[in-house]
Design a protein around this ligand. Structure first.
Ligand code: SAM
Ligand code: SF4
Length: 346
């Protein structure tokens, strides 16, 4: 694993510190922050059943996360998504969101959640400045939902979805990871649910992050193309050129103006050319690509140089040169990375 603490680059001038750009001229404007690797679910595509979690001292404090977030915003990042693990199990998560939400320059504060705690948290998240919420929902069948998440209760998540709708976010989107023989037969029902609730929905191909002991990922791969074909048996989906600042390709349905249908297809439709994002793991590794190990240890930077914003910003600038051209997922469902999605910040 290549975790490096880079020295600041001497040739980075203060004027060039206003916009992050990598070696392939891609501008980086989007930071995803994993605030914990812990979760109250154990989804079968995300975690193995014998996961070990980080100790408290290993993960960034909320103050350190805010400090790093501020550095990125000063470097031109305008969107931050808080994720995990399950972000709503991190203590004092609302205060972190309040602090980030007040930083000048941040246009979009978003959060991805499994929805289990949303009934309690939705209004506070909205008040803290969260604009967009993604809620994971892979099945509408209670027993199947429990099998897929190992610990989740469907009704609790559906209550969370309802609470999110009431809280008045600018956008609420459902995310469904689709696996052959596990939930691929539910894509029509999931879309019908999104249409009835007037929510966006994205269907996601499974990514081979981490080793799964109970399953061969090759066999459960179900492509976006197959999902689209299944949906078109009942609905007329029209491709659009809309972007949400992420890797999804969107479709719309003539009679349902409130709902966009997205496809996130790391295998079948490589989106690296337009990648505008980097990730901060719960332990403070700045990951330059979801599907590669290039990273820089920002925890070491903030702990050895507390309060030194210039040093932090210069380290981040220099780190951009490590951003690789693309990921390696395309050809195989075998995990090339031993890092699980909950560690990565999906
Ligand atoms: N716990 C929150 C949740 O489930 O929404 C946030 C973290 S989770 C890691 C973020 C997203 O990654 C979820 O939508 C989840 O379905 C997705 N995800 C997890 N493992 C994945 C994998 N191996 N392939 C594709 N998507 C995955
Ligand atoms: Fe938890 Fe989200 Fe991973 Fe499921 S996908 S185990 S909810 S972190």
């Amino acid at each position: 694993m290549s975790v490096r603490a880079l020295p600041p680059s001497p040739e980075v001038s203060p004027t060039s510190l206003s916009q992050l750009q990598d070696a392939f001229q891609r501008k980086v404007t989007y930071l995803r922050i994993s605030v914990t690797d812990r979760c109250d679910f154990r989804c079968i595509y995300c975690m193995n059943d014998d996961m070990r979690f980080l100790r408290r001292a290993q993960i960034l404090s909320l103050e350190e996360i805010t400090w790093i977030g501020q550095a990125f915003i000063e470097l031109g990042v305008n969107k931050i998504r808080i994720t995990g693990g399950e972000p709503l199990v991190r203590q004092n998560i609302v205060s972190l969101l309040e602090n980030l939400g007040q930083l000048p320059g941040l246009k979009n504060l978003a959060l991805t959640t499994n929805g289990s705690q949303l009934k309690r948290f939705a209004p506070a998240l909205r008040d803290a400045g969260v604009k967009h919420l993604n809620i994971s929902l892979d099945s509408l069948k209670p027993e199947r939902f429990q099998r897929l998440t190992r610990l989740g209760q469907l009704e609790q998540v559906l209550e969370g979805v309802r609470a999110a709708k009431q809280a008045g976010f600018e956008g609420v989107k459902l995310n469904a990871v689709i696996l052959r023989q596990r939930n691929h037969d539910e894509v029509l029902d999931l879309l019908a649910f999104a249409l009835a609730e007037q929510l966006d929905i994205s269907f996601i191909e499974e990514m081979p992050l981490g080793w799964m002991s109970d399953r061969d990922r090759e066999q459960s791969y179900y492509s976006s193309q197959q999902i689209l074909q299944d949906l078109q048996q009942k609905y007329h989906l029209l491709p659009t050129t809309e972007q949400s600042g992420g890797p999804a390709r969107y479709y719309r349905l003539a009679d349902y103006p409130e709902t966009r249908v997205g496809f996130i297809s790391p295998h079948s439709h490589n989106f690296c050319d337009t990648c505008n994002r980097v990730r901060l793991t719960a332990e403070g590794r700045l990951l330059l690509c979801l599907g590669q190990e290039h990273s820089v240890d920002l925890r070491q930077v903030v702990r050895t140089h507390p309060g030194d914003m210039q040093y932090l910003k210069q380290t981040i600038m220099t780190a951009m040169t490590l951003k690789p051209k693309g990921h390696d997922f395309a050809d195989s469902q075998q995990p090339s990375l031993l890092r699980y999605m909950n560690m990565t910040g999906g």
